[in-house]
Design a protein around this ligand. Structure first.
Ligand code: NOJ
Ligand code: CA
Length: 528
């Protein structure tokens, strides 16, 4: 198996619209990211994933691509991008591009041709179906953004499939020309020097060739925000052909040195593990979103993580995610102290953590007033407060009018507490979120047991505490996390431990006793 450097890396996700605006138009851009490389290096991360920056009409903010080979002018141009890549590499920071192979924008030339006539050579690049005899949709498939996944197109009298917004028609991955064209595009970016891709909607590339109706989900409770969940997606999600295609796409990555591919896939643990085995490369990993759904209970985390790490095995790397541009901010979901402990776990577990920008500041969801809503999901479900804008607000650099993000009013409003929660103020506060992230990452980057040690299960007699060891030939670290709102005591295996770090950032001490009391929601890293 080819060796690569990714197992020891920490990835930071940037939502480029919201990170740093270099030219005063209220929208973050590539040069804005380049300006902040020193900040990122100092934070301790070693790779970036940039959410989509390709040309796009921005109905879904870049996840509706109209040209895979160009940068959207809002974000800059190819020279800016090359410069970012060069400067990032100087900082030993790798760059993963987003890669959106499931669908394009309706504005893409391919789709314009495809919809122009049934005889066009691009017709079969997308998924077109005749109406039912009564004129209805070809089957019951649903869009993840609400309503049917089929849109009738007057010009040629057929429906096209859109698993997301109606402006995002699905490509037909059963057409070899599509596969050929997409792999050509991957090589274009890999040759340019990008270090790999985060694959959007990787789990849904192939759809049932017979277009069968999907069955009802018996566990579904009526909820107009999640009509999509009313069906079991057995004919559209994680088909065997999709998993095989991911292996093929990964082979393209592997034509180049030390690249990486991470896939967006929502499925059962067993299928995730199966995918690791199908692709069978250290330079590949599916996302693991379990932290987002597990209840805040020590034993649930223990069970999942013990099992996950063991099933994956030492040849591959688990991933851990606390948030992204699609999910609520972790602090808003769990509370501040719990989120600090979740971060300590994420950054000390074996594998590759993905930090979403602003998580290191403890950024929260921001309620967006109706007139400022931008997310297509929110626009489809008006008045429900549903949508992803609340987690996409501008990065908080300082306490000035626009938080140091821009000289102009930002495209989304700032989080309401940004004046106290920003890079500038948190740098000065010894126990801030920012300093917690920096301290853990510093330890991770210096202690080899944390960056590359094995994960060793630990049975703690106190059920409110989840613990594990990280161990390699040279050293050992021991992590303990109290999930309860009360102080909890536990016995320690062995003696002579030191507390190297606590989530409170106020405790570095030698433990003299054979027991340790953890404060409410406190987590610690112990070592010798
Ligand atoms: C997942 C992306 O993360 C999300 O932001 C996007 O809307 C959908 N895929 C569709 O591309
Ligand atoms: Ca800008």
């Amino acid at each position: 198996m080819k060796n690569n450097s990714w197992g020891g890396r920490v990835v930071y996700q940037i939502y480029p619209r919201s990170f740093n605006d270099s030219n005063g138009d209220g929208i973050g851009d590539i040069n804005g990211i380049t300006e902040k490389l020193d900040y990122l290096k100092d934070l301790g991360i070693s790779a970036l994933w940039l959410s989509s920056i390709y040309c796009s009409p921005m109905n879904d903010f870049g996840y509706d691509i109209s040209d895979y080979y160009q940068i959207d002018p809002l974000f800059g141009n190819l020279n800016d991008f090359d410069n970012l890549l060069k400067q990032a590499h100087k900082h030993n920071i790798k760059i993963l591009m987003d890669f959106v192979p499931n669908h394009t924008s309706v504005d893409h030339e391919w789709f314009k041709k495809s919809r122009s006539s049934k005889q066009n050579s691009k017709r079969d690049w997308y998924i077109w179906k005749k109406p039912k005899p009564n004129g209805g949709t070809p089957n019951n498939w649903l869009s993840q953004f609400g309503g049917s996944a089929w849109k009738f197109d007057e010009k040629t009298g057929e429906y096209y499939l859109h698993s997301f917004d109606v402006s995002q028609p699905d490509l037909n991955w059963r057409n070899p020309e599509v596969v050929e064209e997409i792999t050509k595009m991957m090589r274009f970016w890999l040759k340019r020097g990008v270090d790999g891709f985060r694959v959007d909607v990787a789990y849904q590339l192939f759809k049932d060739p017979f277009f069968r109706d999907e069955p009802d989900n018996p566990e579904y409770k009526i909820d107009k925000n999640s009509q999509y969940n009313s069906l079991l997606h057995i004919y559209t999600v994680a088909l065997p052909e999709t998993l095989e295609m991911l292996k093929k796409l990964h082979d393209v990555i592997d034509e180049y040195e030390d690249r990486f591919m991470v896939c967006e896939i929502y499925t059962f643990l067993k299928e995730i593990v199966n995918l690791y085995h199908i692709v069978d490369r250290q330079s590949f990993a599916p996302f693991n979103f379990s932290f987002l759904s597990l209840p805040w209970i020590a034993q649930n985390h223990k069970r999942f993580i013990d099992e996950f790490d063991e099933m994956i095995g030492d040849n591959y790397f688990p991933t851990y995610v606390l948030g992204s541009h699609d999910f609520p901010r972790i602090v808003s979901k769990l509370g501040e102290n719990q989120a600090r402990t979740a971060a300590l776990l994420q950054l000390t577990l074996r594998g590759i953590p993905f930090i979403y920008y602003g998580e290191e500041l403890g950024m929260k969801n921001r309620d967006i007033p109706k007139e400022k809503v931008k997310d297509p999901i929110a626009l489809h479900t008006p008045g429900t407060g549903f949508g992803r804008d609340p987690v996409r607000t501008p990065m908080q650099w300082d306490d000035s009018e626009y938080a140091g993000f821009s000289d102009a009013e930002p495209w989304l409003p700032l989080e309401t507490e940004y004046r106290k929660r920003n890079v500038q103020t948190e740098k000065q506060n010894k126990t801030s979120f920012l300093n917690l992230y920096k301290s853990i990452l510093k330890l991770r980057n210096t202690k080899t047991s944390l960056s590359n040690g094995k994960y060793i299960k630990y049975f703690c007699k106190n059920p409110d505490i989840f613990g594990y060891f990280r161990r390699n030939k040279l050293e050992e670290t021991f992590i303990l996390a109290n999930f309860s709102k009360e102080a909890q005591e536990t016995e320690l295996p062995n003696s002579n431990w030191n507390i190297l770090l606590s989530t409170g950032l106020d405790r570095v001490e030698k433990i003299e006793k054979s027991t340790l009391t953890l404060r409410p929601f406190e987590a610690v890293i112990l070592g010798y």
